[in-house]
Design a protein around this ligand. Structure first.
Ligand code: 5AD
Ligand code: SF4
Length: 369
């Protein structure tokens, strides 16, 4: 039972809402109810919520977990987000995969029957990079997948001019992941430099949707300055944007970023992990038929983090298939505990894996978009 709302894990409620969550039946999915559930640190409540979310997932979209092979194409970025370990001004070894390296990773995904790949990287809008992505999309679409459909492709390459999104859509990408990072414009401003714009980011999300992409979004969970209401608002933002897919995960501090160096407090690793699972579970209750990824950031906090994400209502895993030598340089945060065993763990538990399938969001299928 939760009796206190000012919690030692630095998850604050803005107003002094008094509540006592006796059990799940008292949970409401409005702003106040979501914030109360987020601030509640009662382990029994959290476990019951995650179990309920798993049941809701199975009823709404089935038990299958879909795979997307994650290819981290480059850690070169023109942006300077205050929390990110590959921000423009950080000194680190930069890399960019060659076209052949990306294609051989995609062929690996096809041979393992992953069904889809995600191409993720720092934000760049130079012509050479844009054309390279266009060529790669066409080449990946022509990879022989045997009896399976061609590989589905998700891009996650930041904000781009609308024409670039259109060019990549026409070349074969059909899903795009662009996290809003925080749905609260004030918090967004606190964790980004002045020349980054919340409005531009929102515009980019609507551009993606209008072009016809399955536009996925998400935010970090447990950043400095973030309140339980902010997290509740993030969930309500996903609902309002009517997103078909969400990739959100715990904030993991990188030692050399301005946000870490300010010394601003943030929840403990244990709390950020619990919050990561709880946000998945609450989102599953709020939007039962969407795709929700069990983010890599969960795995950094717990060796079975992604598996626990699946058991809390997520249905997508992105096994990292970036060549190992480069993968270690994609240090958004400290990832030294990265392992790739979760897919095996999940299969061992008897959870079915949607091999060879795109696993598109049922949300869109139902709405006929
Ligand atoms: N902790 C957790 N997630 C981070 N990202 C960037 N830096 C961090 C961090 N320190 C996330 C951002 C971005 C995605 C590619 O990685 O949300 O959208
Ligand atoms: Fe670049 Fe993304 Fe990191 Fe921001 S979060 S600095 S856009 S890689």
């Amino acid at each position: 039972m939760c009796q206190s709302v000012m919690l030692h894990g630095f998850v604050f409620l803005e107003e002094n809402i008094s509540f006592a969550l006796m059990d799940l039946s008292e949970l409401t999915l409005d702003r106040e109810g979501l914030a109360a559930a987020i601030a509640c640190e009662d382990a029994a409540f959290e476990a019951a919520l995650c179990e309920e979310a798993y049941r809701v997932k199975v009823a709404a979209v089935g038990p299958e977990v879909y795979l997307r092979g994650l290819i981290e194409i480059s850690n070169i970025c023109t942006k300077n987000c205050l929390y990110c370990g590959i921000r423009r001004d950080i000194r680190c070894q930069r890399y960019e995969l060659s076209e052949e390296e990306v294609l051989s990773a995609a062929r690996l995904a096809a041979s393992r029957r992953f069904g889809s790949v995600v191409i993720q990287g720092g934000e760049r809008s130079d012509a050479a990079f844009i054309r390279k992505i266009t060529r790669l999309l066409k080449a990946i679409k022509s990879i022989d997948t045997g009896d399976d459909p061609p590989l589905g492709i998700t891009l996650s390459l930041g904000e781009q001019p609308r024409e670039v999104y259109e060019e990549w859509f026409d070349a074969g990408a059909h899903r795009y992941l662009l996290r809003i990072e925080s749905s609260n414009p004030d918090l967004y401003r606190r964790i980004h430099p002045e020349d980054h714009s919340y409005d531009r980011r929102l515009r980019a999300l609507y551009d993606l949707k209008e072009i016809g992409y399955h536009a996925g979004t998400g935010a970090m969970i447990g950043t400095p300055f973030q309140t339980a209401q902010d997290m509740a608002d993030d969930l309500l933002f996903y609902k309002k944007f009517d997103t078909p897919m969400v990739g959100m995960g715990p904030y993991n501090p990188h030692p050399e970023t301005p946000l870490t160096l300010t010394g601003a407090p943030y929840p403990s690793a244990e709390r950020r992990f619990a919050l990561g699972l709880k946000m998945i579970a609450l989102l599953r209750l709020l939007m039962p038929d969407i795709n929700i990824a069990a983010a890599t950031a969960l795995e950094v906090l717990d060796p079975h983090g992604r598996e626990k994400g699946i058991l809390s209502g997520a249905n997508v895993i992105m096994p990292n298939i970036t060549p190992r030598e480069q993968m270690v340089k994609y240090n958004l945060y400290d990832r030294k505990s990265l392992n790739a065993s979760d897919v095996l763990d999940i299969a061992a538990k008897g959870i079915p894996i949607g091999y060879g399938l795109w696993g598109d969001s049922k949300h869109l299928a139902i709405e006929g978009k």
